[in-house]
Design a protein around this ligand. Structure first.
Ligand SMILES: Nc1ncnc2c1ncn2[C@@H]1O[C@H](COP(=O)(O)OP(=O)(O)OP(=O)(O)O)[C@@H](O)[C@H]1O
Length: 595
């Protein structure tokens, strides 16, 4: 489907506005060409006096004729201005409505896209679609449609007047129009792909800028400012070059059209002049033709701007529509789950998964009973977080099954499934609001008491109370004003407040000190009662009391059982444990020797 056709599907709620916009633009155009006709009538009045058109209509006194012309001129300008105001308001409001609808649709679509999409795409590029591309569409809608209507309508109206006044001149002066249109569309086709390239380059540039600003601390600490500057310089040059390519063509349109306009104008000037000298053409008609030829042909030079704007918008619409075409996962379909009935029994059966070709999880079969606390441990990159992502259906398994309370999660209502899980991830997302806002994120109805209670359980209350503003302290963008450990505790409090039947803590306490971790664990002991808890941890001391420990290695579970049994088994867990114990002992010895 043509991009504009798709865009106008958005406009179905605004059909009345579009109709009125077209009407106002058309009426304005009619008034717009009238002054040229009035000039002809004025010349007719002063040259032909009592033989003039107005005299034939009964106004014999020349000065009276001029007064009438003055009044008509004033009325024409008043109405022209009035309708200009009306169409401008209509089209610009329509542009606002459509860009608003489009932005919300795109945003909601992006939110429903799979996590996989975000892991493979640049956020900067998405931002550039949400902002630049939609703004470009808005700019086109602001005046583009009106310009197209007016250019075509004025050609038709003036063409009609020409034919009435002198058909032979009309034919000759309209001759350049097909060439002008052909030229405009020829260039338009040439420019289209170039503007798409411009938009793509803008997206890449944006994404790099975005990435660098987010990573400014790393850039500074590695003193890579020059390196990054050069990278941005190169990307900005590519953007500039893509624009140069487009400019080469878009700048050529107006001069080419001007040549065709000159040809039409010359015909009227010379041929019409001959006819007037030979008394075959009334001097007033000659003047009207001269003036109207300007009104007919010059607006066609606007075609260059219109096509330019149109092509830029087409590129933007394509990018927006391409994004809207990416399939999303419906979260509101599938078997419903009542939160209060979820027991939290989880079972994976011969689960296999790969992000690309490389197998990440191979033949995973585990059982987690309702209310149990289990731990996923193992080497880094062994697939622990990936299994959690499958559990929340951020990704779909390749084969095998994951069952929640005996039901295959791929058949469950995704929204219910995710609502049943409290997830504290490795990268914590804090909104730019207060600490209280962040704890209550997702549990928006929570009272201040409930928020404080959750914070106490997460060992966050003490540090929060130490802030002058307490729970109202603003955390800054992405929680920049808090330490890593503070952010983790707020995230835990948020999961506690959600009160889900299943709790997943993925390295949730990796950034807190040993003392705080111990305190959080104490709180968790109370918290895990009555809910299934999965803890991913590298520090084995934090999970030694788990009901079951699953040891991951290269996408497989190579051992599982209780801590003591696993230590006794003397396998991989035991060696990891011994290494960590060795480190602790070494630290203790070091501390003692310093003392
Ligand atoms: N989105 C992705 N696309 C492709 N490969 C990925 C993606 N996410 C993770 N991987 C790869 O999958 C493997 C398992 O990663 P995963 O995050 O599950 O490991 P992990 O056991 O949780 O590691 P860690 O303990 O370091 O957090 C790694 O080799 C990683 O590079």
């Amino acid at each position: 489907m043509h991009p504009f056709k798709r865009l106008f599907q958005y406009s179905k709620n605004y059909q009345k506005d579009i109709g009125l916009g077209v009407l106002y633009s058309s009426i304005n155009k009619v008034f717009d060409i009238m002054p040229e006709i009035l000039i002809g009538i004025a010349i007719d009045t002063v040259v032909n006096k009592e033989r003039s058109l107005l005299a034939k209509l009964g106004y014999n006194v020349a000065k009276e004729q001029l007064l009438i012309l003055g009044v008509i001129t004033a009325l024409i300008f008043v109405f022209e201005s009035l309708f200009e105001y009306l169409y401008s308001v209509k089209w610009r409001n329509l542009a606002q409505n459509l860009q608003h609808d489009l932005r919300l649709d795109v945003y909601s679509h992006i939110q429903n896209l799979d996590i996989a999409y975000f892991e493979n795409k640049n956020t900067g590029n998405l931002l550039s679609i949400l902002n630049d591309d939609i703004n470009q569409i808005e700019r086109f809608l602001n005046n583009g449609i009106n310009s197209i209507i007016q250019v075509f309508l004025s050609s038709i109206l003036i063409g009609i007047v020409f034919f009435i006044l002198n058909p032979s001149i009309a034919v000759l002066s309209l001759l350049p129009i097909p060439f002008i249109l052909f030229g405009a569309f020829y260039f338009q086709n040439k420019i289209g792909p170039k503007y798409y390239e411009v938009r793509e380059n803008a997206g890449i540039l944006n994404s790099n800028l975005n990435n660098n600003i987010l990573g400014i601390a790393t850039i500074k600490s590695f003193t890579t400012e020059n390196y990054e500057f050069k990278k941005i310089e190169q990307l900005s040059s590519q953007y500039k070059k893509a624009n140069y390519n487009a400019i080469k063509f878009s700048s050529a349109i107006t001069p080419v059209i001007r040549m065709a306009v000159m040809f039409g104008f010359m015909i009227i000037l010379v041929y019409g002049g001959y006819l007037t000298l030979d008394n075959q053409l009334n001097v007033a008609f000659y003047s009207i033709l001269i003036f109207l030829s300007q009104r007919l042909l010059w607006p066609l030079t606007d075609l260059s701007e219109i096509t330019d704007n149109y092509q830029r918008s087409l590129a933007s619409i394509n990018r927006v529509m391409d994004l809207l075409k990416i399939p999303t996962k419906r979260i509101d379909i599938g078997q419903e789950l009542a939160l209060r009935n979820i027991k939290g029994h989880i079972e994976c059966k011969e689960l296999k998964f790969s992000y690309t070709n490389h197998t990440i999880l191979n033949n995973i079969s585990i059982k987690i009973n309702s209310g149990e606390t289990v731990a996923f441990v193992g080497t880094t990159g062994s697939g622990k977080s990936t299994l959690l992502k499958l559990l929340m259906r951020f990704y779909e398994k390749n084969s095998g099954q994951i069952l929640l309370d005996g039901k295959d999660i791929s058949e469950l209502n995704l929204s219910d499934l995710r609502r049943s899980i409290g997830y504290v991830s490795q990268d914590i997302f804090l909104v730019n609001g207060s600490i209280a806002d962040n704890i209550a994120y997702g549990s928006f109805q929570a009272s201040r008491e409930e928020i404080i209670h959750a914070a106490k359980l997460a060992e966050a209350h003490t540090f929060i109370s130490a802030f002058e503003e307490g729970y109202d302290k603003m955390v800054g963008e992405r929680g920049q004003k808090l330490s890593g450990g503070q952010k983790q505790r707020i995230a835990i409090a948020r999961a506690i407040l959600k009160n889900p039947p299943i709790l997943i803590l993925d390295e949730a306490t990796s950034a807190v000190d040993n003392e705080t971790e111990l305190a959080i664990q104490k709180s968790l002991e109370k918290l895990v009662i009555g809910r299934t808890t999965i803890i991913v941890a590298h520090r084995l001391s934090t999970v030694r009391h788990a009901d079951k420990i699953f040891v991951f290695n290269n996408g497989e579970i190579i051992e599982n059982g209780k801590h003591e049994a696993l230590v006794e088994k003397n396998g991989m867990y035991a060696s990891l444990w011994n290494i960590q114990m060795g480190e602790i002992n070494l630290n203790l010895k070091l501390q003692n020797s310093i003392v």
